[in-house]
Design a binder for this molecule. Sequence first.
Ligand code: FE2
Ligand code: FE2
Length: 162
Amino acid sequence: MYEKSIELLNRAVGDELAAVHQYMYFHFHCDDWGYDLLAGLFRRTAIEEMGHIETLAERVLFLKGDVKMKAAAEVQQVEDVRQMLEIARQMEEDSAREYNLWANECSTNADSVSKKLFEQLVADEERHYDQYDIEVENIEKFGDRYLALQSIERSKNLGGGG
Ligand SMILES: [Fe+2]
Ligand SMILES: [Fe+2]
């Protein structure tokens, strides 16, 4: 009866896993370069996506399915910050769109709890989208100076200067 819901919830787990892997990859590089603000944003978002996986997994098990822990995509090995943010923003947009559709599908199948779950995720993904969008705008506005400033902040904090 809940087979379709289980399938959709597992697809979402795959998307979320891909996001966790991708954002952590971005986090490692931004951290390495000293871009603390962006490194922190990617890390915090990855942790939130992990929370999404947990919520989805709990629902799958409640419906007597099993969790397929299979990432929907490979990590894109991108090392350009602007491109990173654009990829992240796109991933959030795609997730929000899918989850909206899947909420409707669960509703059609009379699974209101999964529907509500997807709706809650949409709200989070829209917020993530917005956060990445702001950073894309900052880079467009300030370019490399924006990144340089983050590195300088890191140095100040490490060196105790300023
Ligand atoms: Fe998510
Ligand atoms: Fe997200």
